[in-house]
Design a protein around this ligand. Structure first.
Ligand code: HAM
Length: 424
């Protein structure tokens, strides 16, 4: 037999029972985001490449190394979206959304694509729940957004004690530029101790050196000037307000002055949620985000402040301990017809039950009662409806409660009400 071409590395099929955990998470996301007045935005998975280069930033890992970029058949460069913020901003500008709704709250759930080294919790097609809020400059929106994400994680079942929220402020662009100069001056005096990657970043994107995983560079960075200390009074007060509102909202948090995040569009508050819960290993950042007050204008829209977050669905699910089977909807009824005449009699009964919303499997392949009941058991059915020759002749069925073993008879017309009574 010929070998089947394998799935693409780092891209997974998601099937039952695991898919039930996805449904659970997605439903929770919709419920919570909608109660915070967010509405769903669906954008295409493909965008023209310059959208990401200009927003995420030319000198970022995502743009330099990770994008799935290719020319489409018209010869234009397109990219599978590596993240959801840039497409949301593009849609916001193209629709002149500020004229329709000065405060726009959008959320999205869908696949993102990054050509990273695949490992546990790091995929090439992964999925995010994300939200973007346009049109509010006040620090209260920053706290509200983080509190919403915190609530979502708790509602999913992550123990609050195992959720860590770190935040930082990158300040105003002018403040960051001044800090950048100070950081470059410091790092340049220690250039010999930098690795090749950090040396390259020193000239292209020096703040990213703060993110280095190399222990020697980390040691150097530990004594570097701290961005938060260099911020002006207004930025400091704003950041203090974000923190006091988080406290008022009951969200534990800690300031991490080295948190810079990997995407260039951020201004002001940035944050990340990590957790030690479950099975995450090294990739324990489940979500992150922040303000990007300059992005709408830099992509050609008006000056509109904005902020948002992205949460990795795969990583979040790895953190949940509850086994997938617990999320699977139970099968209510298994119908076991003993022969073809019984199948013909039972199929319309199955159909009526299904149309009425009862979850029903019917055996189309025949087989002994024993083998059929075994399958009903494996499918964890609550009831079995057994139909043999005498049932067909009398136009009735036997309904067996598989938990108690008790058997009930029902005439064809009473099946639905009887089933409902037994399921309640
Ligand atoms: P991000 O930090 O690049 O931010 O991604 C957000 C989350 O997506 C990460 O915390 C992680 O859980 C998940 N993630 C990222 N890459 C992978 C991967 N290769 N495999 C599995 N999961 C991954 C953003 O994408 C921003 N758009 C968030 C944002 C929205 N900022 C403002 N608004």
């Amino acid at each position: 037999m010929a070998d089947v071409p394998p799935s693409v590395k780092g891209m997974n099929d998601i099937l039952a029972p695991e898919v039930s955990r996805w449904h659970f998470l997605e439903e929770k996301a919709r419920t919570i985001l909608e109660s915070f007045a967010y509405r769903e935005l669906r954008t295409p998975v493909l965008e023209y490449t310059p959208l990401f280069v200009r927003s995420v930033g030319e000198v970022t890992d995502v743009v330099e190394k990770q994008m799935y970029t290719f020319d489409d058949r018209d010869g234009r460069s397109v990219t599978l979206r590596p993240e959801g913020t840039a497409p949301a901003v593009r849609a916001y500008i193209e629709r002149a959304q500020w004229n329709r709704e000065p405060v726009t709250r959008w959320y999205y759930i869908g696949p993102m694509f990054r050509h990273e080294r695949a490992q546990r919790g790091r995929l090439r097609q992964f999925h995010q729940v994300g939200a973007e809020l346009f049109g509010v400059a006040d620090a209260s929106a920053d706290a509200e957004l983080m509190a919403m994400l915190h609530t979502f994680l708790v509602e999913l079942g992550l123990p609050a004690a195992e959720i860590q929220l770190s935040l930082n402020s990158l300040g105003e662009p002018g403040e960051r530029a001044a800090y950048r100069d100070a950081l470059v001056a410091y790092l340049t005096t220690h250039e010999a101790k930098l690795d090749e990657e950090s040396r390259r970043r020193l000239s292209t994107n020096p703040l990213r050196v703060l993110d280095s995983k190399n222990p020697d560079v980390q040691a150097l960075v530990a004594n570097a000037p701290v961005l938060l200390d260099t911020l002006g009074d207004e930025s400091k007060q704003r950041f203090a307000r974000v923190q006091s509102l988080l406290t008022a909202l009951g969200v534990p948090h800690q300031v991490d002055p080295r948190l810079v995040r990997g995407l260039d569009y951020y201004t002001g508050t940035v944050f990340e949620f990590k957790t030690n819960a479950g099975d995450l290993g090294a990739q324990n950042t489940v979500g992150g985000g922040g303000r990007y007050d300059g992005l709408v204008a830099s992509l050609g829209g008006p000056q509109v402040p904005a902020l948002g977050f992205g949460l990795g669905i795969e990583r979040t699910l790895l953190a949940l301990r509850e086994p997938a089977e617990n999320f699977e909807p139970a099968l209510s009824v298994f119908i076991a017809p003993m022969d073809t005449a019984a199948l013909d009699f039972a199929l319309p009964i199955a159909h009526r039950l299904r149309v009425a919303g009862v979850r029903v499997e019917i055996e189309h392949r025949g087989g002994s009662l024993k083998s059929q009941l075994k399958r009903a058991d494996r499918l964890k059915a609550r009831l079995a409806i057994i139909v043999g020759g005498s049932e067909v002749a009398a136009r009735k069925v036997q309904i067996k409660d598989l938990a108690t073993g008790k058997q009930h008879e029902a005439a064809e017309a009473e099946v639905e009400s009887k089933v409902r009574g037994l399921l309640d």
